[in-house]
Design a protein around this ligand. Structure first.
Ligand SMILES: [Zn+2]
Length: 364
C-alpha cells in the first residue's frame, strides 16, 4: 500500500511534509490520510499566517526558523572497550562532528535506584529519564511499567503543536510495552506517527536463520526504513533500535564474530547518519543524532550481563551535537539522555516531569 501526501517546499512547519509509506503491517490508510489532513491544515494555517504577516509589514517572510530534530539509536549490548577497539568509521564520523564518551548504566550502586544492566530496563531508563525504582522495569518480559513517568514520546505529543515521532525497531515491545502505545490513556495515550517494527514475529519475511542471522536482516531493514522516513518526512523525534550485536554477544561472547557484528552495526548507523545529513542539507533543520548502548558485558566471557560489574555498567555515547557541556565527558548516564534531547529540541517539559527526572542535560 502506498499513500503519499507530499507538500514540499514549505520550510515553516515541521509537519507540512509527510511522504512515507511504511512496510509494516500496522500501516493503515486512514492513519496516513489523517496525517495528510493534518499536514494540509497546517499548510493552510501557515499560508494564512504568512499572508497576514506580509499584509501587515509589507515584507515577505523568508526567514524561516530552524526546526530542531533528534534521532537516538540504541545498539544492543556493546561494551565500551569493544566499541573503542573495533573499526567503526561511521561512529567516528559522528563523533568527529560532536563527541564520543564513555557512559554508564545500572543506576547508583547500592541504592534503591540501582537498575539491572539488562536491555528493557535500560531502554525504559533512557525514554523516561528515570531509574527502575521509578519506571518499574527490571527484566525484559512480563513487565508492568509505571507509566506515571512520562516517556519522551508522550512528552512530544504534549507539545503545541505536537511533534511528529517515529520508532524503527527490531523489538516490537519497545513500542507496545515500554512506550505503552495502544494501552490507552492510563499508559499515557502514546501514539507514534512513523512505525517500522513487528518483523521479529514475521516468519514469512524474515524466516529463522542459523546464528540468528534473520535478526541482522531485520536490523538492516529497520535502519533502511528509519533512513527513508528521516530523509522523506523528517520526524521531530525518532528512536532506532538494533539488536543483533547482543545476540552474537550471548552466543559467542568476546569474539571475532562479535567484532564483525559491530562492524555491520556501524554500517547501519551510517545509513541513518547519511539520511540525517541529507535531510539537514535540504531543509532548515538542526539535527541531533545520538548513538548509545544499553549495557556492557561480563569481563570473563563477554556472554552475560545483568550484574553491576564495571564492564557491565560501562557504556558509551556518540553524538554530533556541537553544544556539549564538559559533563558529557565526565561519564554521563543513560538517564541524562532524556533532558539532553529535550534541551536540543527546545521543548517545554512540565515541572512535574522535570522534578521526577534522575538525569541532567549534557547539552547546553
Ligand atoms: Zn541489551
Amino acid at each position: 500500500m502506498t499513500i503519499s501526501c507530499s507538500i514540499l517546499g514549505d520550510r515553516l512547519s515541521r509537519t507540512t511534509a509527510i511522504s512515507w509509506s511504511p512496510t509494516t503491517d500496522r500501516a493503515s490508510a486512514s492513519f496516513y490520510l489523517a496525517n495528510c489532513l493534518v499536514a494540509l491544515t497546517l499548510m493552510i494555517l501557515n499560508v494564512t499566517t504568512a499572508s497576514a504577516a506580509g499584509a501587515g509589514s509589507g515584507m515577505t517572510n523568508n526567514t524561516a526558523a530552524v526546526t530542531k530534530k533528534a534521532v537516538f539509536l540504541i545498539v544492543d549490548g556493546i561494551p565500551a572497550d569493544v566499541i573503542e577497539r573495533v573499526v567503526t568509521p561511521n561512529l567516528d564520523a559522528i563523533a568527529k562532528a560532536g563527541g564520543y564518551t564513555r557512559a554508564e548504566v545500572g543506576g547508583p550502586l547500592n541504592d534503591p535506584a540501582e537498575t539491572p544492566t539488562v536491555s528493557a530496563p535500560g531502554y525504559m531508563s533512557l525514554v523516561t529519564g528515570t531509574w527502575a525504582n521509578k519506571h518499574n522495569v527490571y527484566t525484559n518480559y512480563d513487565l508492568t511499567p509505571n507509566y506515571d513517568y512520562w516517556n519522551l514520546f508522550r512528552l512530544a505529543k504534549a507539545v503545541e503543536p505536537p511533534l511528529q515521532t517515529g520508532i524503527f525497531s527490531t523489538w516490537t515491545d519497545n513500542r507496545t510495552v515500554l512506550l505503552g502505545e495502544g494501552l490507552g490513556e492510563n499508559a499515557g495515550g502514546v501514539s507514534i506517527d512513523f512505525v517500522a517494527d513487528g518483523f521479529e514475529t514475521d516468519a514469512r519475511r524474515f524466516p529463522q536463520a542459523p546464528h540468528d542471522r534473520h535478526i541482522q536482516a531485520i536490523d538492516r531493514h529497520v535502519a533502511a526504513e528509519a533512513a527513508r522516513a528521516i530523509e522523506q518526512a523528517g520526524p521531530d523525534l525518532s528512536w532506532v533500535y538494533l539488536q543483533y550485536t547482543d545476540d552474537v554477544g550471548h552466543a559467542r561472547g568476546d569474539s571475532p564474530e562479535l567484532d564483525a557484528a559491530v562492524e555491520v552495526m556501524d554500517q547501519l548507523v551510517g545509513t541513518v547518519w547519511s539520511a540525517v545529513q541529507a535531510r539537514a542539507a535540504s531543509h532548515s533543520e538542526d539535527w541531533l543524532i545520538l548513538v548509545t548502548t544499553d549495557h556492557g558485558r561480563d569481563l570473563e566471557t563477554g556472554k552475560d550481563h545483568g550484574g553491576q560489574s564495571e564492564r557491565e555498567r560501562t557504556t558509551w555515547m556518540v553524538t554530533n551535537s556541537q553544544r556539549l557541556l564538559p559533563r558529557f565527558y565526565q561519564r554521563p548516564t543513560i538517564v541524562d539522555i532524556y533532558p539532553s534531547l529535550t534541551r536540543h529540541l527546545d521543548i517545554p517539559v512540565p515541572p512535574s516531569v522535570v522534578s521526577a527526572l534522575d538525569g541532567r542535560s549534557f547539552i547546553e
